[in-house]
Design a protein around this ligand. Structure first.
Ligand code: ATP
Ligand code: ATP
Ligand code: MG
Ligand code: MG
Ligand code: MG
Ligand code: MG
Ligand code: MG
Length: 293
């Protein structure tokens, strides 16, 4: 049916497609749809169900692996959301927004559903089934990307302090949800810390890092021994990724092509790790310069 009288409709599609701005960092954020209800139906532990957070992290790791080494540089997850930062050189789907967002949402959702039973062996999935929405935003500078991630991590902290106090008032303090909400109205962080400590003996700083800081996922380039890539190159082993991997710009300078190739291989081999650390301060970024460049 090529060149049929119907084919002109294809042109409507092309003139409507959004190609994301070149040479910018693409942030794709997905968020669970109506998870307030989803978590109630599936009886999540409140305020933080560790099984659910681990499942979110597993689905996010699957996005890294599925898209390959050169696409996602870092991801940040909290609650029912995950942000994936794509490299600025990323040219997947010619940077078509709809293709990128729907693909990430779909990979994530497929893994969330298929891995569910591993994390909730005693709780079969039921309706409403988990679904996610997604959006893409382009940021032109590293500073913008870091501020974006800082914004999400600061949000994680504020929400978690609130939720931890709210649920302590209910679960340990015997209040109703309305009473707890009223109690917390107009309180500052220090007031919530004080309620937790004086009434419930909880030191907020001793709460689990995953709850307080969220989850950071990236490729641990530094942990791959230099010799790995070298040995395999000599042996002629077929370990190269199918597409070129971007190597940090600063490490490219003054280095031979073979050195650059070795480093690209190293990045592709790097293990995808999950950490729960501060990404607002400089330390995280200074010690992991390959993540965003
Ligand atoms: P929307 O569709 O607009 O996103 P929503 O109900 O999903 O609506 P969110 O603001 O995304 O609203 O809130 C997510 C909800 O899921 C919150 O109520 C949060 O407490 C709950 N939630 C997410 N993850 C967990 C978890 N690991 N443990 C307990 N509750 C969770
Ligand atoms: P892309 O990711 O670009 O979409 P693709 O491999 O999915 O790549 P499509 O043009 O979407 O390419 O083609 C879908 C492929 O799946 C075709 O090869 C088609 O024959 C096959 N396919 C889809 N549905 C069926 C089906 N029900 N039975 C047999 N083959 C199918
Ligand atoms: Mg939403
Ligand atoms: Mg949600
Ligand atoms: Mg949310
Ligand atoms: Mg098709
Ligand atoms: Mg297809």
């Amino acid at each position: 049916m090529a060149n049929s009288k119907f084919e002109y409709v294809k042109h409507f599609e092309q003139s409507n497609a959004t190609h994301l701005l070149p040479n910018t960092y693409i942030v794709i954020r997905i968020d669970g749809r109506s998870f307030h209800r989803f978590t109630a139906v599936h009886e999540f532990t409140k305020p933080n169900d560790i099984r659910a957070l681990s499942l979110m992290n597993a689905a996010a790791k699957a996005v890294f692996h599925d898209l390959g080494g050169e696409v996602v540089s870092i991801a940040y997850g909290v609650s029912d959301e995950f942000s994936f930062i794509l490299r600025k050189e990323c040219n997947l789907f010619e940077r078509r927004e709809a293709k990128l967002v729907t693909t990430v949402v779909s990979i994530f959702t497929a893994y969330y559903v298929s891995l569910w039973a591993e994390y909730f062996p005693d709780k079969p999935l039921q309706r409403p089934l988990p679904t996610f929405d997604g959006r893409a935003v382009c940021y032109p500078s590293i500073e913008n990307v870091r501020d974006y991630l800082s914004w999400r991590q600061a949000d994680c902290h504020i929400n978690n302090l609130y939720n931890t106090t709210f649920w302590a008032l209910i679960q340990q303090g015997g209040m109703t949800a309305q009473e707890a909400e009223k109690e917390l109205m107009g309180t500052l962080s220090k007031d919530k810390n004080e309620i937790l400590f004086s009434r419930f003996g909880i030191n907020y700083n001793n709460e689990e890092e995953i709850f307080r800081k969220g989850s950071i996922i990236y490729r641990n380039y530094a942990a791959v021994p230099d010799s790995t890539a070298e040995t395999e190159e000599k042996a002629g082993a077929e370990t190269a990724p199918t597409t070129t991997v971007t190597v940090p710009a600063e490490t490219q300078k003054g280095k031979s092509r073979s050195q650059q190739k070795r480093e690209a291989k190293k990045l592709a081999k790097a293990e995808v790790v999950v950490e729960h650390v501060d990404i607002i301060k400089d330390t995280f970024w200074e010690t992991r310069p390959w993540i965003i460049h």
